[in-house]
Design a protein around this ligand. Structure first.
Ligand code: SF4
Ligand code: SF4
Length: 426
């Protein structure tokens, strides 16, 4: 007679899972249709059936250490075909949502992001920082009321302008406010991701049987290259496991567009910051300036500057992508699939970043300082929130999922593609 296996269910974990979106798991009766239906689940130890039973039994350790939750692309095929309406795809998404919040430290930030009641606190942190900076800067301009400066006559107040125009650098000088604050935020974000990825990889409980028979496992670098080029850049797995319904199309297009908009906007930020600080350092060292550095590094950029045009393209892609994803989420809600607060927080924040950025530019061009400066303030607050809280947000999956997929290739859980498959994908 074999030894009995003692199971220690974590009932609070089951409740937590139900709260973050895995609320239908109790309906599962283990028919395995989902594992068969999933187009990308491996033959050996397929998901998501096993995760459903682990979740029903409250086996928290097995689930949070399960690398397979990161292989799912949430296409929803398994949920659509489940005869019991148990939505296994939602369960895996809920598990990833829990992981985003717990893998980065301090974990309390993840808790704040999981409930609407903490939203004022999340907003207040950057709002106070930028307001203090704004008021201090206004003090240098002769007033502590942020929108006005002392006029040329020495006693009348004028709305802040430079050469008769709205110039955001007048109230928020890049060299002394925006650059140091966003550089510090960026470094904090990178460090938090680094620690989070290390914790995530260390947490995976990987069976030895995943080792590739008869061939050495690919190195981390080779696995990373294939993950980025053949999976992330083309979203090839999504093509394999969805893209049939209108909702799949919206999710695919929205996701891809949003990702490329981030790439465009990161290039813009990198070029402007590099040219600006390169020009400054050159001037300090030699007293000379280089036209090309000033052309790309002196803001506001001319409307026809290629980097400005790339920024506009990035902004348009940004709004298009988030509009697609919002439409899909609204349709999901209408069908009672339900999106959590965690999903809506990110969608709302991305809308705020995009619209405040576009309206800041339009109001600046229209030279309306009383609206342009407050709009720019909203933009700074929302951009700070996007980057500083990124490691705990759903958008953090760009990093965590890339790391998990890379590791899964490295250990043989995802097979490397053949030459023919690569040609097909790319
Ligand atoms: S989730 Fe649905 S399809 Fe999957 S095993 Fe359970 S009942 Fe079957
Ligand atoms: S949601 Fe799609 S990728 Fe994820 S387990 Fe279900 S069928 Fe597979």
């Amino acid at each position: 007679m074999s030894n009995p296996v003692r199971i220690q269910p974590d009932l609070q974990f089951v409740k937590d899972l139900q709260e973050v979106g895995g609320d239908t798991l109790k309906r599962c009766y283990q028919c395995a249709t989902c594992s068969v239906a999933c187009p990308i689940s491996p033959a050996e130890n397929p998901y998501p059936r096993k995760e459903m039973i682990w979740a029903q039994w409250g086996l928290k350790d097995k689930l949070v250490n399960d690398i397979d939750i990161w292989l799912c692309h949430n296409c929803g095929t398994c949920s659509d075909l489940c005869p019991r309406g148990a939505k296994p795809g939602d369960l895996l998404a809920a598990l990833r949502n829990m992981a985003y919040r717990k893998v980065a430290e301090p974990a309390v930030v993840g808790e704040w992001m999981s409930s609407a009641k903490y939203l004022p606190l999340l907003i207040a942190i950057p709002a106070v920082i930028w307001l203090i900076i704004w008021i201090i800067r206004a003090g240098f301009l002769g007033t502590y009321f942020p929108l006005f400066a002392l006029g040329a006559d020495g006693h009348s107040w004028e709305v802040v302008k430079e050469g008769g125009k709205v110039v955001f650098g007048g109230l928020f000088p890049g060299d002394f406010t925006i650059d140091p604050i966003f550089t510090a935020t960026f470094l904090f974000m990178v460090y938090t991701f680094y620690k989070g990825v290390k914790r995530l990889i260390a947490s995976f409980d990987v069976p030895k049987t995943f080792a590739i028979a008869g061939a050495p496992n690919p190195s981390i670098l080779v696995a990373l290259k294939e993950t980025v080029l053949c999976e992330i850049a083309s979203h090839s797995k999504w093509k394999q496991c969805g893209e049939e319904t209108e909702g799949d199309q919206q999710k695919f297009t929205g996701h891809l567009t949003l990702m490329y908009s981030f790439v465009a906007l990161m290039i813009v930020t990198g070029v402007i910051a590099g040219a600006h600080w390169g020009g400054n350092i050159l001037r300090w060292l030699t007293g000379a300036s280089l036209g090309i550095l000033d052309f790309f590094g002196h803001t506001p950029l001319n409307l026809w500057n290629p980097i400005k045009l790339l920024a506009i393209v990035g902004a348009v892609l940004f709004v298009y992508g988030i509009a697609k994803l919002t439409t899909r989420r609204l349709n999901q809600n209408a069908k009672k699939h339900g999106s959590s607060w965690y999903d809506w927080y990110l969608v709302g924040l991305i809308w705020t970043v995009g619209l405040s950025g576009i309206f800041s530019m339009l109001l600046r061009l229209a030279n309306v300082p009383l609206l342009a400066y407050p709009m720019y303030y909203v933009h700074l607050v929302s951009v700070w929130m996007l980057f500083a809280y990124l490691p705990w947000s759903k958008l953090g999956h760009l990093v965590y999922r890339t790391a998990a997929l890379t590791y899964a290739r490295h250990i043989g859980r995802i097979p490397m593609q053949t030459k023919e498959e690569k040609t097909f994908v790319l």
